[in-house]
Write a protein that binds this ligand. Structure first.
Ligand code: NAD
Ligand code: ZN
Length: 355
C-alpha cells in the first residue's frame, strides 16, 4: 500500500503576507456568535506583532508559555478554556509561533471535536472526527511542523505525536518577516532540526524520489543559509523547513531523532538543541554530515552544552533507552530491517553517555 499523503490545503508566502490573515479568516467566520482562537507564543505579548493579530469581537487570544514543550495536560487545559468560552465551536484555531505553538494549535483544534484527553490519541490515526479549521503561522523555521501530519506532545507515559490526516493545517501563512529577532542560538538549533531531517531522510532506507526531491532542495537551502550569507536567509530557511518537512512526511527520520526523543523526555531538552546534542555524536552513522554540522556551528559560534547525561542515574538512562527504542520506524529507516542487531540497548547507552 502506498501512503495517500494529506497536504496543507492553502499556503500563502511572502514578506508581509501576515497582513492578509484577516481576509483569510473572514472566509471562515460564520455570522453571529462565532469566534476565532489565536494561540500565540508568549514572546510576542510585548512585541509589535501583538497589535497586528486580527482578533475581533469575541475572539480569544491565548498567550502560550513555551518554556516547556507542549504537554497533553496543557492541550487539555486550553481545550477546556475554549469550550468554556461558548456553546459553539470556534470557526478557526490559529497558531502563531515556533513548532511548540503550531503543535498546540493543531492539538487544540483536534481535541475540540474529539472526546477525552489528548493523551488518548498519541499514536497513529486514532483521531475519529475532523478538527476545527486550523491555520499555522511559523515565527521560527526548521521543524517542518507547518506541513506535517503530527503534533508532538509529551504525555504521562510517552513523548509521541498525534499523527493523523486531520492534524494537517488547513492554511499556513509563511511570512519571512516574522523570523526577525530570533536569538542566534535558537535560530541555529531549530534550523538544524531541518538540516537533520534532510540528512535522516536522504540517508534512510525509506528514501524515494518524492522525499529525495524535497530533501535535496531543503539541504541545498540549509547549506546556503548556514554556510553562506544570503541576504534573504529568512525566506530561504522558511522554504527549507517546508521542503524538509515534506521530505520526511513521505519517508522518516532516523538515529538522531530517536535519541533526541529520549533526551527530551528525561532531561526536558527542547527538540532542536536535543537533536544537535545527539547529532554531534553520530559520526559513525552520518560522517560527512556531522563534519558539515560542526562547520556550521563554528561559523555561527554556537557552543553545545556538554556532559548532559553524566548526572543521569541508571533509571533515567534506562528510560531514555526505552523512549528511543519505541520509535521502531525511525530505526528501521536509518539502519534497515535488521536494525535490532546493530542498535542494542548497550549501543544506545554508549551513545547517550557521550552526550
Ligand atoms: P519553540 O516553538 O519551542 O520555540 C523556542 C523558543 O523560541 C521559545 O522560547 C519561543 O518563545 C521562541 N521564539 C519563537 N519565535 C520567536 C521569534 N520570532 N523571535 C524570538 N523568539 C522566538 O521552538 P521550535 O524549535 O520551533 O519547536 C520545537 C517544538 O516543535 C518541539 O515541541 C518539537 O517537539 C516540535 N516539533 C514538531 C514537529 C511536527 O512535525 N509537528 C516537528 C519537529 C518538532
Ligand atoms: Zn525534528
Amino acid at each position: 500500500m502506498f501512503r495517500n499523503f494529506k497536504m496543507v490545503s492553502q499556503v500563502v508566502f511572502g514578506r508581509g503576507c501576515f497582513n492578509q490573515l484577516s481576509d483569510i479568516l473572514s472566509v471562515q467566520r460564520k455570522k453571529g456568535a462565532s469566534f476565532a482562537v489565536f494561540i500565540v507564543d508568549h514572546i510576542f505579548e510585548n512585541r509589535p506583532l501583538r497589535d497586528r493579530i486580527p482578533a475581533e469581537g469575541r475572539d480569544m487570544v491565548i498567550w502560550a508559555d513555551t518554556t516547556d514543550e507542549p504537554k497533553t495536560t496543557e492541550v487539555d487545559r486550553l481545550t477546556a478554556m475554549v469550550r468554556a468560552q461558548a456553546n459553539s465551536l470556534p470557526d478557526a484555531v490559529v497558531g502563531i509561533g515556533g513548532g511548540s505553538v503550531m503543535d498546540l494549535a493543531k492539538a487544540v483544534s483536534l481535541m475540540l471535536t474529539n472526546p477525552g484527553s489528548a493523551a488518548d490519541y498519541q499514536g497513529w490515526d486514532l483521531i475519529k472526527n475532523p478538527a476545527v479549521y486550523h491555520a499555522g503561522i511559523p515565527t521560527l523555521s526548521g521543524t517542518g511542523a507547518e506541513v506535517s501530519r503530527t503534533t508532538v506532545l509529551t504525555g504521562p507515559v510517552k513523548k509521541l505525536g498525534i499523527n493523523s490526516d486531520h492534524t494537517v493545517f488547513d492554511q499556513i501563512v509563511l511570512d519571512p518577516d516574522l523570523l526577525e529577532g530570533v536569538p542566534t542560538d535558537q535560530w541555529f538549533y531549530t534550523g538544524m532540526d531541518c538540516y537533520i531531517h534532510c540528512v535522516e531522510s536522504l540517508k534512510g532506507t525509506y528514501l524515494n524520489a518524492f522525499s529525495q526531491a524535497y530533501g535535496e532542495k531543503a539541504m541545498a537551502l540549509c547549506r546556503e543559509v548556514f554556510l553562506g550569507d544570503p541576504p534573504d536567509r529568512e525566506d530561504k530557511l522558511m522554504m527549507a523547513s517546508y521542503c524538509g518537512g515534506m521530505s520526511i512526511a513521505y519517508s522518516q527520520v532516523g538515529v538522531c531523532h530517536a535519541l533526541s526523543y529520549g533526551l527530551s523526555f528525561v532531561l526536558g531538552l527542547h527538540h532542536g538543541i536535543g537533536n544537535c546534542v545527539a547529532f554531534d555524536v553520530l559520526e559513525e552513522f552520518y560522517p560527512d554530515e556531522v563534519n558539515e554540522f560542526r562547520r556550521m556551528m563554528e561559523k555561527h559560534d554556537v557552543r553545545l552544552p556538554r556532559n548532559l547525561v553524566q548526572g543521569v542515574d541508571d533509571k533515567g538512562l534506562e528510560k531514555m533507552v526505552d523512549v528511543a527504542l519505541v520509535l521502531e520506524p525511525l530505526w528501521e529507516n536509518a539502519l534497515g530491517k535488521n536494525w535490532k542487531t546493530i542498535m542494542t540497548r548497550d549501543k544506545i547507552r554508549q551513545l547517550y553517555r557521550r552526550m
